[in-house]
Ligand binder design. Structure first.
Ligand SMILES: CSC[C@@H](O)[C@@H](O)C(=O)COP(=O)(O)O
Length: 410
């Protein structure tokens, strides 16, 4: 089990104690929220107190673990418990629709338990509860090891494949979080990332941000990470910046609208993002704003990398057109309600509270998709824990079913 750290989104003490870091309050407040069962699990996922494709799946399953261990006397047989688990996992699936990790984990759990009971018809309720606990603990351990593998593979790929930066590049934007780099010393390696894909979105280390961590381990201060704010939830300014400052990785925050100007003014080795669902042809659903970064990367001939464990790859979904895109409530876009206020003015304190969290004119209509689809032809590489998957420039899509067969030896 990974040792507790300030960045640990999920804290589980087997078999029945689960808390999550309330990410609506970061970076200003580190509050742990207890998750005592599937209702709490559904609520913290839907409200985005915990978020990130892998973390959503892990918290859903662990909320079921604590739920069934609370009062196992509710069931007389393992088969009765399996009925409850089946209903509970389908309920947890209604929390958020896009990240496939949740559906992969719930289906795999149901199939595993049904097979177990078929082979061991006399399994007791407590023995089945134990199997669910082991399943959840294995998810935590596997996600962390997957991320560290993705980080190492991605960092190596960038150093081997991404264009080395010209020395005459402009220096980095001054960086307050570590010893300010002398203006005349530009970084050797520069990457841009979007949303939050670090320890706060996973069991630890992270996927795209895991690549940044691994690259920092290898090249140190010669790395400079640029992260976008990622409106409207602000995963970048509130969470990724928090992780980068915590790890003392040289970094600069930019607004979402600055990405094209950054690539136009500073040679960037790669744009590295995560994924909520990668379709069989490589089309990728990720945080809203990812698609436009891929277009900008293509225009500037910058490698565009998707970092995703195989639990985020959905071979049953043929293309991006088939991926459900979550729409979030309007007030999450036009107010800071429910999360820390990104721009609380110290002036005008006489205004009513609502006016101080309102970010748009009352009455304006909104469109608030939480994700968008990046077509496979804009993606240079998909970094998985089993290997980096690429395609020739003449290929518009990936053959991920073929990659899976090759990498898993099936
Ligand atoms: C390793 S996290 C990968 C993705 O889940 C991440 O990039 C993302 O889009 C998160 O969206 P969120 O809405 O914060 O759950």
């Amino acid at each position: 089990m990974p040792k507790p750290s300030a960045l640990q989104a999920i804290r589980f003490e087997p078999p029945g104690t689960l808390t999550v870091l309330d990410q609506l309050l970061l970076p200003y407040d580190e509050t742990l929220v207890p998750v005592t069962g599937i209702d709490d699990g559904h609520r913290v996922i839907k409200a985005m107190q915990v978020r990130g494709a892998p973390a959503i799946a892990i918290v859903a399953i662990l909320s079921l673990v604590v739920d069934i261990h609370a009062r196992p006397e509710r069931w007389a047989t393992a088969s009765e418990l399996l009925v409850y688990i089946t209903e509970a996992t389908h309920y947890l699936e209604t929390s958020r629709p896009t990240a496939v990790n949740l559906f992969e984990a719930t289906k795999r759990l149901r199939d595993t338990l049904a097979s177990t009971i078929h082979v061991h018809p006399n399994l007791s309720v407590s023995e089945l509860c134990q199997r669910v606990l082991e399943f959840g603990e294995a998810m935590l351990a596997r996600d962390l090891s997957d991320n560290q593998r993705i980080g190492a593979l991605g960092a190596t790929w960038i150093q081997e494949q991404a264009p080395h930066r010209a020395p005459e590049c402009k220096p980095e934007v001054p960086n307050a979080s570590v010893q300010p780099r002398s203006p005349s010393t530009p970084a050797t390696w520069r990457i841009l990332t979007h949303c939050n894909t670090g320890a706060l979105a996973t069991a630890g280390w992270g996927t795209a941000l895991g690549i940044a961590r691994s690259l920092f381990q290898q090249v140190g201060e010669q790395l400079h990470v640029y992260c976008t704010e990622t409106r409207p939830y602000m995963q970048g300014s509130r969470l990724t910046a928090y992780e980068l400052v915590h790890d003392k990785i040289p970094a600069t925050l930019i607004t979402d609208s600055m990405a094209a100007a950054l690539l136009a003014s500073r040679t960037t080795n790669a744009i590295v993002v995560g994924a909520d669902r990668v379709a069989a042809n490589g089309d990728t659903a990720n945080k809203i704003g990812t698609y436009q970064l891929a277009v900008v990367a293509h225009h500037h001939n910058v490698p565009f990398m998707v970092a995703a464990p195989w639990t985020s790859i959905d071979l049953t979904t043929p293309s991006g057109a088939d991926i459900p895109i979550e729409e979030r409530p309007s007030d999450e876009m036009v107010t800071a309600k429910g999360r820390v206020v990104p721009h609380t003015s110290s002036l005008h304190t006489e205004l009513p509270a609502d006016a101080r969290v309102r970010l748009a004119a009352p009455g304006i209509a909104t469109w608030n998709p939480a994700f968008d689809i990046t077509p496979a032809h804009l993606i240079s590489a998909i970094v998985t824990e089993r290997g980096v998957i690429t395609k020739s420039d003449s290929q518009a899509t990936f053959d991920l079913a073929g990659s899976h067969a090759r990498l898993f030896g099936v």
